[in-house]
Design a protein around this ligand. Structure first.
Ligand SMILES: [Zn+2]
Length: 365
């Protein structure tokens, strides 16, 4: 299967399931979407939450045994995938905006949960989240804007984002430099395909000067967008060649403002509100960790060993949770994996997904 034979946004990666799409609106006026993959009614429903610049597509890729299919095959026959405001399927993050992760915790997840609850009633609901989807969903859970979650699995990072020193530098200088000096309101992994000598083209060529590890310009741009490494997002050898070639289909363009919120959290050592004195966010805590002992939903923290985007964030968070609620939450270190390849890797269904299924089964029935 090559890049040209895989259409973007395809649902072909999930076989033998009824697909239903549920559009819904957030309290601040955005139209979002849930996609349900159903084989049969199930007492344990699973919701999948993507990260920044990706989309629900990250869970349903046709070129490998994707997470949605793996769950359906494992007996979790009612799987939902959310596209929230960070989704590459929507224009929201690349148009002019000043959204933060607080907006997502306050508006996106409660609205999505309302739709799901309307359809599934009080059946158990497990959530599996990645990257900044994981940070913001954990924020919502710890803030209490979402309730009734049976279990939460977080890949790479959750409430204590920690990043390599080079990423700190990029988070500090990048958004201002790109917006005000380079005149680029967003970063696009497809800048390599831009017309010659445009700003995006020049940025891509400059980035590629420092990335000789492969010949996929979108991969170089991904490493510029996120983390510190060559490549930063994954281990090359964990990906199928076609996934590597079409990485810009899976990780799309992203705006710059969410980076500023991440920088504040990195400085604080934990998830904090971006604008603590703004009355619009009065329902959210200034410090999302403050009530950690009261959160009864068990967490599975997936910590990729070679995480060059969010480093040891989940290992660190697990230590904090152990002090707050000993034995309630679990940590699984993923040897040989980077930030994103636990989800999109060619062997994720052998190395990673079974750990998640085991965790879900122990918190089912
Ligand atoms: Zn590459």
């Amino acid at each position: 299967m090559t890049q040209t034979t895989i259409p973007r946004r395809t649902l072909e990666g999930v076989k033998d399931a009824d697909v239903t799409v549920y559009p819904f609106a957030t309290g601040d006026g955005l139209g979002l979407e849930l996609t349900r993959f159903g084989r049969a009614e199930c007492d344990d429903v699973v919701l999948l939450v993507h990260g920044l610049t990706s989309a629900s597509d990250v869970f349903i890729m046709p070129e490998h045994q994707n997470l949605a299919t793996h769950l359906l095959d494992a007996g979790f026959t009612d799987v939902w995938a959310l596209d929230f405001r960070m989704s590459g399927r929507f224009p929201y993050d690349t148009e002019t905006h000043r959204y933060t992760l607080d907006d997502i915790a306050l508006y996106d997840f409660p609205a999505a949960l309302e739709v799901i609850r309307r359809e599934i009633g009080d059946r158990r609901l497990h959530v599996i989240a990645h990257c900044l989807g994981s940070v913001s969903f954990t924020m919502a859970l710890f803030a209490g804007t979402v309730t009734g979650i049976t279990s939460l699995t977080c890949n790479s990072v959750s409430l204590t984002p920690r990043v390599p020193w080079f990423s700190k530098l990029k988070l500090s200088l990048g958004p201002t430099f790109l917006e005000y000096v380079a005149g680029l309101p967003y970063i696009d992994p497809r800048f390599g395909e831009a017309p010659a000598f445009t700003r995006g083209w020049m940025l891509s060529r400059m980035v590629s000067l420092f990335h000789r590890e492969c010949d996929v310009r979108a991969c170089h741009m991904q490493s510029f967008q996120w983390g510190a490494g060559k490549p930063a997002m994954y281990e090359h050898e964990n990906l199928l060649p076609v996934t590597h070639e079409r990485v810009a289909d899976i990780c799309c363009a992203s705006g710059l403002h969410y980076y500023r919120h991440v920088r504040r959290m990195v400085d604080a050592g934990r998830s904090v509100k971006y604008a603590p004195n703004d009355p619009k966010y009065a329902a959210l805590p200034k410090d999302y960790l403050a009530g950690a002992a009261d959160v009864t939903t068990p967490l599975l923290l997936l910590a990729p060993e070679k995480n060059r985007v969010f480093a040891d964030s989940n290992i660190h968070f697990h230590k904090i949770l152990e002090r707050a609620a000993p034995g309630r939450h679990e940590l699984a270190v993923l040897p040989g994996y980077g930030h994103l390849d636990p989800l999109i890797g060619k062997n994720s269904h052998l190395d990673v997904f079974p750990l998640v299924v085991d965790f879900l089964k122990r918190h089912s029935a």
